[in-house]
Design a protein around this ligand. Sequence first.
Ligand SMILES: NC(=O)c1ccc[n+]([C@@H]2O[C@H](COP(=O)([O-])OP(=O)(O)OC[C@H]3O[C@@H](n4cnc5c(N)ncnc54)[C@H](O)[C@@H]3O)[C@@H](O)[C@H]2O)c1
Length: 286
Amino acid sequence: MEFKRIGVLGAGNIGTGVITDLVLHGISVVVVDISEEILQRAQTDVLNNIRFVPLLSKTLPRITKEEVGTRMALTTDLRDIASCDFVIENVTENWEVKKQLYENLEQVIPPEVCFGANTSCIPITQIGSATKRPENVVGIHLMNPVYLKPTVEVIRGFHTSDRAVDTLLQLFSQLNKEAIIIDDMPGFVSNRISHLFMNEAAFVLQDRVASAEQIDTIFKKCFGHKMGPLETADLIGLDTVVRSLDVLYESFQDPKYRCCPLLRKLVHAGHLGRKTGKGFFVYPEG
Ligand SMILES: NC(=O)c1ccc[n+]([C@@H]2O[C@H](COP(=O)([O-])OP(=O)(O)OC[C@H]3O[C@@H](n4cnc5c(N)ncnc54)[C@H](O)[C@@H]3O)[C@@H](O)[C@H]2O)c1
């Protein structure tokens, strides 16, 4: 299957990475978000990403600003994705928001179109329960920055069909991405483990055992990790990390996932990480 046009729902942190990856590979996108302002900001972010691609990757295609313009349509009206071949959903990690969206989605897209549900922790079987076509829903856990990551966790929900998985794998082959297909459980593999790690690093900081810089340096220099746990949380977005921990806590009913109060405090203070310029660390503009 040759993908001509893909619907991208949610143009936030991860959505802009998804859009960048698709337009780089010659696929047109219809981007849906809730306001014109967010859509305009997403367009600016995508153009910035495209500008830096030659510095960051030797293999990704080089495209012009004009090509981005012809491949990217922006809208706040969900009905505009009616003619898309596939839909990638990246809206806020909040069950009520996702549930409402999936209920509306099936009113506008043909029954054969499959959806890639991009979530950090919400089970794909649960997302499938919000539609009358759970067989069309396949989970994707894309990591940031999406266009630079060659491997993706793909999750089979209880009802996910082979057709939905195959469709997604065809898309990933067009994007030169490898998939690791796993079973459905809250947090999947990566976030079930990594959120414990980021949360505990926040507790260590809260307990004043070490500074944020020291905590991350230990992981980078002693373990050889590319990024420390706090920098990783800043990259994901602290609001998304907190929501994911809440989903894990609720789903497993296990206190090991209780969210560190310092993490929640930073979110309430509006320090969401890289996307707001401040989180555990400070990021210069741009
Ligand atoms: N940030 C990461 O590194 C990361 C990694 C993997 C998966 N995810 C998952 O991807 C999803 C998005 O995460 P994010 O970090 O981009 O969040 P974000 O808060 O940066 O962006 C979410 C976007 O969804 C939009 N939105 C909300 N309701 C909508 C609706 N009804 N229709 C269209 N758009 C709507 C918001 O306006 C916002 O622009 C979440 O489920 C998250 O768990 C995030």
